[in-house]
Design a protein around this ligand. Structure first.
Ligand SMILES: Nc1ncnc2c1ncn2[C@@H]1O[C@H](COP(=O)(O)OP(=O)(O)OP(=O)(O)O)[C@@H](O)[C@H]1O
Ligand SMILES: [Mg+2]
Length: 334
């Protein structure tokens, strides 16, 4: 089941431009984490650094006792095989049909027979709901299908870690909801460690176990979903609630005059909205790394805003969750 990635004091710059500095965080094995941040704060650069496509200036990336930031080419190649990456546009080869796109890593990195490859490709195509579309070219299908094909391809080498760069960009809200459910179900099934970069606030609020926020060249905060969703820290609050009020402006950072104008108006950032329940795997299952709702809040003596943990049907997930856990015990799953 998934591996832990421990990032320590990571710094990356291009020439004299520092992208981010001294980033430390741990992606716990098998958990789902989300990385947020205004455009241009270096989220994609962070994913590329994690997978070893870019080398950091300083710091460490510990995986299975090896430092991916410092190891030699041979070890790097080996460590990279632990990763599946879903690039922003799916990064499919335009001249290959979906079947060949998904089969590509297997043909490139393994000596499996075509019969074995066929079995694996079809299994992953089925997982992402693309059976029947194998012969289509990337240019002939919708953006949502391309994302799912990219996901199938990221899965064929049975990765321990999956990095998703904006899996939901360009998708309509309904497709995004399906994709989020697919991601949660996938995590329940393969138990790999997931890191998702997204600009979708609903995804960020409901999918992950942990949330991190990059802003002004640093990781402002990284921690449990409930910690960030109940945080009063201005940047975190502004970002997770998609507000104009706060330190982030249209050109990433508001200038001093804008901030002063806000201060004069004495803007009240308003009350925090309710914390939504976390998206659960379908079929009443629980992920192995599932944290009970309200656990972080309770441990830290934080009272959530009124209406927290209620779903659209008005069910309270603090109660619903214990019902699920009991049912799983009865079924002998836990
Ligand atoms: N290969 C590169 N060489 C030089 N500069 C780069 C390179 N890749 C990224 N950058 C710079 O690093 C910064 C961060 O880029 P990055 O693509 O990681 O942002 P991002 O947070 O993913 O933004 P978005 O939300 O718009 O995708 C940008 O200023 C970008 O121009
Ligand atoms: Mg990006």
């Amino acid at each position: 089941m998934g591996v832990e990635i421990a990032v320590e004091g990571l710094t990356k710059s291009f020439g004299r431009q520092v992208v981010w500095e001294d980033v430390s965080l741990t992606l716990p094995a098998g958990e789902i984490s989300v990385l947020l941040g205004p455009s241009g704060t270096g989220k994609s650069v962070f994913l590329k650094t994690l997978v070893g496509l870019l080398r950091p200036d300083r710091g460490h990336i510990w995986i299975n006792g090896h430092d991916l930031a410092r190891c030699g080419e041979h070890k790097l190649y080996e460590l990279r095989r632990l990763f599946g990456v879903l690039f922003q546009d799916g990064a499919l080869f335009g001249s290959l049909n979906l079947y060949d796109n998904v089969a590509f890593p297997l043909r490139e990195h393994t000596r499996k027979s075509e019969a074995e490859i066929r079995r694996i490709v079809m299994e992953k195509m089925e997982l992402v709901g693309l059976i029947g579309a194998e012969a289509k070219l990337p240019g002939e299908i919708s953006g949502g299908m391309r994302k799912r094909a990219g996901l199938a391809r990221a899965l064929v080498l049975d990765p321990e870690i999956i990095l998703f760069d904006e899996p939901d960009s360009g998708l309509d809200p309904v497709r995004t909801a399906y994709l989020n459910q697919l991601i949660v179900d996938l995590n329940a099934e393969i138990e790999a460690t997931f890191l998702i970069v997204t600009h979708d606030i609903n995804t960020a609020r409901t999918v992950p176990d942990d949330i991190g926020l990059l802003f002004r060249r640093e990781l402002v905060m990284f921690g449990p979903r409930e910690m960030l969703l109940s945080s009063e820290e201005p940047v975190v609050r502004q970002f997770l609630n998609a507000r104009r009020h706060g330190p982030i402006g249209m050109s990433e950072e508001k200038d001093i005059s804008e901030l002063e104008a806000e201060a004069v108006l004495g803007h009240d950032p308003g009350v925090l909205p309710p914390i939504p329940p976390q998206l659960m795997p379908s079929g009443g299952r629980l992920r192995r790394t599932q944290r009970p709702p309200g656990e972080w809040l309770l441990t830290n003596g934080v009272v959530p805003p009124a209406g927290s943990f209620l779903d659209e049907q008005g069910r309270n997930w603090l109660e619903e969750y214990s019902r699920l856990v009991t049912a799983e015990r009865v079924n002998g799953v836990v």
